[in-house]
Design a protein around this ligand. Structure first.
Ligand code: NI
Length: 154
């Protein structure tokens, strides 16, 4: 496993659309392992492959309830809404208020290519939406209602 470099806002790779993962091989497993390690080291709750410069539809999330790996994820249901402060490892030190669905159901594949669905609400739903947005070249700041000065808020 290795820590990969997190690409920051302004880097074109973050604005591109990621391609579906078609091969469930060692290269994918290394990517997922590295992404998890990179996320934990950066103290984040989620990381998408384009953030480490790989334009493939793969995401890792851990909101403190264990590691979730999503390959080729797709939101298939959403309910309600929530507005809260959000940040991104590609935009260090920046936070904004973002409205997301309160609950989402995601269809994805695991690292072996097996399909599954997973539901999340509150922070987990937010993480699903945020990371899946990265796969379409979207950053939370694109849809933030307002940016928040976290220094001032404390
Ligand atoms: Ni992000």
């Amino acid at each position: 496993m290795a820590i990969r470099t997190i690409h920051l806002e302004g880097d074109e790779v973050l604005r591109k659309t990621s391609k579906p993962v078609t091969e469930f091989n060692q290269k994918l497993w290394d990517l997922l392992d590295d992404m998890a390690q990179t996320m934990y080291q950066a103290d984040g709750v989620g990381l998408a492959a384009p953030q480490v410069g790989i334009l493939r539809r793969a995401v890792v999330i851990d909101i403190g309830e264990g590691l979730i790996e999503l390959v080729n994820p797709e939101i298939i249901e959403q309910k309600g809404s929530q507005t809260d402060t959000e940040g991104c490892l590609s935009c260090p030190g920046e936070y904004g208020k973002v409205t997301r669905p309160y609950k989402v159901k995601v269809k994805a594949q695991n690292r072996n290519g097996e399909e599954f669905t997973i539901e999340g609400e509150a922070l987990l739903a937010r993480a699903f939406c945020h990371e899946i947005d990265h796969l379409s070249g979207r950053i939370f700041k694109d849809i933030a209602i307002e940016m928040v000065d976290v220094q001032k808020k404390k």
